[in-house]
Design a protein around this ligand. Structure first.
Ligand code: G6P
Length: 613
């Protein structure tokens, strides 16, 4: 969490930083700030609690001239979200200024030592301690600016992406990362730095993704890279395959709505070049070199957080059905802190939209240390998880900016279905003709999702009726059980209504006690092997006067008779139903949140990329 951005070049830095911070706001929006180094070597700092828009208003008419600057949008960890705790932070003598994404775990002991040497701190942040330490080394030990940063980083534990500027050394800007992401953009006689590429792409497509424990030093408009252990590195420059329109709202009121409507396209993109039902061919480039291990795997462990964990639950069904391999799905945060039994022949699959989630990254390192083969399913190209895993597959859903994940979820499920089919076919668990049938149906999914999106109007009506409900229950069985969990999570995240997802059959072991005439119950009751059982569950809700909102296969009449509201979606094969049945639930949470006046794209307390544990 937290987004950082920096600029050095011939342009005015402030407008570039503000625009960049707006693009990074999904990472945190508790406060925002910039520091500009001007021609007279003054560092001018502007920072404010609240969104970037508040900072922007503060800058109107202010003197923010200068060609070098750093900026930050905060998701508070240490210290409440107020003006003082906002970044950038100064050192004791206000010589250096720094922005930071991450947590300095040993900040308290360093702070005490610094206080004993006379340092006075303005904020409660761990970040201010780090810049005091860097500045003290810089001024007392009379080392070069970048060397002072390096020496200080050798004393801290934790996670960080930082950028530092100095008024004594205006031709140098120093950045470093460990655990939190940082990208350097290389323009013509100008450089950009940011937590992801979105603030950079309108200026340049040439970027360098810093690796963990690396520093980027820009001196006299030249970039050099070294490690925190002082080893020189060669910059690996990549060309970004990202267009500006991919990160703009494109006429939609919210990113979330745009991303919901992008799903026919993003699902298609996640299959592009991988499957062809006409030839019966499935190609998963990243899995090829691990074919033998995958075919012989006795177990797959899936690690993920949040929505990605729900995609993992769908994958459990997919791998067991298609490949007959037992699967365990773990919250990365739980997995990493126990002593899990991991065997050399285990396959671990880490799922992550951002590719940066700290707990998922730590789970990967743990699995690798125990000898497992670790595959990643990630959306953000070049992020940390694809680089930490042995191999994997990108979801190619394009940038997802709304904090509530939508198109990333369906792309994850699609890619996991492809992986499961690939392994199942390679090991002979499914035949060529079965594979052909599945591939053909997968190819139909984008148009079926397009059709499912036609439910928007009825969903909006339902939202208007239930927007003031205090609780929601979501029920599903089999492949639709993870969909119920995901539907409930979406509602909680963006509308702040309490919602629970449950396997429909488990309802009678607890949640049924909650049902009364006030309780909307969303039941995913599409035609599948458990349809009759779900019908019985609907009866059980109805008998207790619960309000029934059903998601059904088009043409269904049985469920309709029992429901207060019915939402139809196209039929598909049971394993692929989550791709279709999740659509109305995304729209339901969206419309309820809008009607309740909630900030859909930036829900309170949440951040899209969770780089703290
Ligand atoms: C945060 C986001 C969720 C996301 C989860 C896991 O909580 O708000 O939308 O599902 O992190 O993120 P990842 O990037 O690893 O999929």
């Amino acid at each position: 969490m937290c987004g950082i951005v920096a600029y050095v070049g011939d342009k005015q830095a402030a407008p570039i930083l503000i625009k960049g911070l707006k693009r990074l706001e999904y990472r945190g929006y508790d406060s925002a700030g910039i520091a500009i180094l001007d021609k007279e070597k003054n560092i001018k700092t502007y920072k404010k609690a609240g969104k970037v828009a508040a900072l922007e208003a503060m800058l109107e008419g202010a003197d923010a001239e200068g060609n070098i600057g750093i900026g930050h949008t905060r998701w508070a960890t240490h210290g409440e979200p107020n003006d003082v705790n906002a970044h950038p932070h100064f050192g004791q003598n206000k010589t250096l200024s720094l922005v930071h994404n991450g947590i300095i775990e040993n900040y308290a002991s360093i702070k005490v030592q610094l206080q004993m040497r006379g340092h006075v701190f303005e904020s409660q942040t761990d970040t201010e301690v780090l810049i005091h330490l860097i500045e003290e080394i810089y001024l007392n030990e009379k080392v070069a600016f970048d060397e002072a940063v390096r020496l200080a980083l050798n004393q801290v534990h934790g996670a960080y992406a930082i950028v530092v500027i100095s008024k004594l050394d205006p031709e140098m800007i120093v950045a470093a990362r460990k655990g939190s992401p940082l990208v350097v953009g290389i323009g013509v006689n100008e450089f950009f730095m940011a937590s992801d590429a979105s603030p950079i792409i309108e200026y340049t497509k040439s970027v360098v993704y810093l690796n963990d424990s690396e520093m980027a030093i820009i001196q006299n408009r030249t970039l050099s890279i070294k490690t925190i252990a002082n080893e020189n590195k060669t910059a690996f420059v990549q060309e970004l395959d990202l267009q500006l329109e991919m990160i703009e709202k494109g006429g939609y009121e919210h990113f979330m709505l745009k991303e919901i409507y992008e799903q026919p396209r993003s699902i298609f993109d996640s299959m592009r070049g991988r499957i062809d039902s006409k030839t019966g061919h499935i190609h998963m480039g990243g899995l090829h070199e691990h074919q033998h291990k995958l075919m012989n795997a006795k177990r797959i462990i899936i690690v993920a957080c949040g929505t990605s964990w729900h995609a993992g639950l769908v994958a459990e069904y997919l791998f067991e059905d298609f490949a007959r391999i037992p699967v365990e799905v773990e919250y990365a945060s739980e997995f990493r802190y126990r002593d899990p039994v991991i065997f050399h022949d285990d396959i671990v699959i880490a799922i992550s939209q951002s590719g940066e989630t700290a707990d998922t990254l730590a789970a990967i390192e743990l699995a690798k240390s125990k000898g497992a083969t670790v595959l990643g399913v990630c959306n953000v190209v070049g992020s940390s998880i694809p680089r930490a895993t042995h191999s994997g597959a990108y979801t190619h859903a394009g940038p997802e900016i709304g904090v509530a994940s939508t198109k990333a979820f369906t792309a994850q499920v699609t890619v996991l279905a492809e992986m499961a089919l690939w392994v199942g076919f390679k090991k002979g668990a499914i035949s060529q003709s079965q594979l052909n049938t599945y591939l053909y149906e997968l190819e139909q999914i984008p148009s079926k999702v397009e059709k499912a999106l036609l439910c928007n109007d009825i969903v909006k009506q339902i939202a208007a009726v239930y927007k003031d409900a205090r609780n929601f229950l979501y029920l599903g069985r089999g492949y639709n059980f993870p969909v119920a969990l995901e539907g409930a999570l979406k509602l909680k995240e963006i509308s702040y209504i309490h919602a629970e997802g449950y396997p429909a059959a488990e309802m009678k072991h607890g949640p049924i006690a909650l049902i009364d005439a006030e309780m909307p119950v969303v039941i995913i009751a599409t035609q599948n092997s458990q349809y009759d059982k779900v019908l019985s569950n609907i009866q059980e809700v109805k008998a207790r006067k619960g309000k029934i909102i059903s998601v059904v296969t088009e043409g269904d009449i049985e469920v309709e008779k029992l429901s207060d509201y019915v939402i139809e979606v196209p039929d598909t094969l049971e394993p692929f139903m989550p791709l279709v049945s999740t659509i109305p639930l995304q729209l339901l949470s969206y419309h309820i949140a809008v009607m309740r006046g909630c900030n859909v794209d930036q829900p309170r307390n949440l951040a899209k990329s969770v780089t703290v544990e």
